[in-house]
Design a protein around this ligand. Structure first.
Ligand code: PMP
Length: 418
């Protein structure tokens, strides 16, 4: 095990996980099922305020957005645009820089299809890191195929940290147009030094696209401070509804992008030969918007900031430190991902046992974890494994659940390796 730079700093704000947990109906009587839910990196449970906001949006102010003259429509539109302002504030950007999308995957596909396909030329390079989720890799492969650009990779080391010298080397070559990078790895928990990489990319003339799916729910994020061009995250991983996410794009970048989907709500004028389009962000929101889901997301962002992102960050790093210590003594257990700066999760393999079998035994012990490649097959290749066990944490995760994880993994080891 690496030294734990994840340990809670003494001056970190405190967080009462048990009290917060009581705000989650799925984790409280009568719904809770005695399961340690350790899969929050995949998706989070929802606090009551988010469910209530969703219900209000569907019951009290539900109508067509930006399409009606009636009062309910106007109210629904105002609520949707209010959610856009809330999302902008969450990231430190402006409302007209926020595009509502279905999630991180759609956000990155949007940038790749619109900015990517119109700005990449044959021989250009798209720099990704060795720890990307497939959704921050495959869209770039598609854009590269369409433009004869190519993907280059800044690898990760044995801890799961990005090789910054490789980033510099690639940028020095002068062909990198896009740097696509995760803020926090969903497979390893590595916190990537995004601000540093953006500062390297900017003078090299490369646009930066940050996958914030794992970072936005747990780290303070300020896009101006990070210095990125695009930042994406998903509502459902941030205690919010499914089917809604955010793409923040720097105003200058969005302005130089054509639509990527056509339809209602994004046009100025249409005739049979051609159409003209609205300005960003509406230019990128073809079709009926997910209004109540945006409102639910805004409630989730209010809730996160009510708890405090510094407190959430400290709580989750402390959980990672505790889980790392608890599991470290188990014979044959190898951590996959020991970055000095990490959060959110622990990922591991056990000698002589398949991750899926471990997952099944953990499930029988009422410990819910994710097993598999975590949509990050290149990461698995890098560490010479096909799958890992990943226990990932949220605001509501307790020390008792980490203990339950430790006991269940010990039991799995006894059952599977004799
Ligand atoms: N990037 C990362 C780092 C993720 O963890 C995930 C979800 N596992 C995604 C992107 C994709 O997010 P979504 O499925 O919500 O679009």
């Amino acid at each position: 095990m690496s030294e734990i730079a994840t340990a809670r700093p003494p001056d970190a704000p405190a967080l009462d996980a048990a009290a917060l947990r009581a705000q989650f109906p799925a984790l409280s009587p009568p719904h809770e099922r005695g399961v340690a839910f350790l899969d929050s990196a995949a998706t989070t449970q929802k606090p009551r305020v988010v469910l209530a906001a969703l219900e209000r949006a569907y019951v009290e102010t539900y109508g067509a957005i930006a399409r009606g003259v009636y009062r309910l429509s106007a109210e629904a539109t105002a609520a949707y645009e209010g959610a856009r302002e809330r999302a902008a504030r969450f990231l430190g950007g402006a409302a007209d820089e926020v595009v509502f999308v279905r999630g991180t995957t759609e956000a990155i596909n949007l940038v790749a299809a619109s900015w990517g396909r119109t700005h990449l030329a044959p021989g250009d390079e798209i720099l990704v890191t060795g720890l990307e989720h497939h959704s921050n890799l495959v869209p770039w492969q598609l854009a590269a195929q369409a433009t004869d650009a190519r993907i280059v990779v800044a690898p990760i080391d044995d801890r799961g940290e990005v090789d910054l010298e490789a980033v510099e080397r690639h940028l020095a070559g002068g062909r990198v147009r896009i740097v696509a990078l995760a803020h926090v790895s969903n497979a390893l928990g590595t916190i990537v030094p995004v601000e540093k990489i953006c500062a390297l990319a900017r003078p090299a003339g490369a646009v930066t696209v940050v996958d914030g799916a794992q970072a936005a729910p747990r780290l303070p994020v300020d896009v101006r401070q990070l210095g990125c061009d695009f930042y994406a995250f998903s509502g459902h991983k941030a205690y919010g509804p499914n089917g809604i996410g955010v793409l923040w794009g720097h105003r200058d970048r969005l302005a130089e992008m054509p639509p990527w989907q056509g339809g209602g709500g994004m046009i100025r004028e249409v005739n049979f030969d051609r159409s003209t389009f609205l300005d960003p962000p509406q230019r990128f929101e073809a079709g009926t918007p997910a209004g109540p889901e945006a409102v639910g997301l805004a409630a989730a962002l209010d809730w996160i900031d009510g708890v405090g992102r510094a407190a959430i960050d400290a709580h989750e790093r402390a959980l990672v430190a505790h889980a790392s210590e608890r599991l470290a003594g188990i014979p044959g257990l190898r951590f996959i991902g020991t970055a000095r700066q990490r959060t959110a999760l622990v990922s591991f393999v056990l000698a002589g046992a398949h991750a899926h079998d471990i997952g099944t035994i953990l499930d029988a012990a009422s410990v819910a974890v994710r097993v598999g490649h975590h949509c990050a097959q290149p990461v698995m290749d890098r560490f010479g494994v096909t799958a890992t066990v990943r226990a990932s944490f949220g605001v509501y995760t307790t020390e008792a659940e980490i203990e339950a994880l430790g006991r269940a993994v010990e039991r799995a080891r006894r059952m599977l390796t004799g």
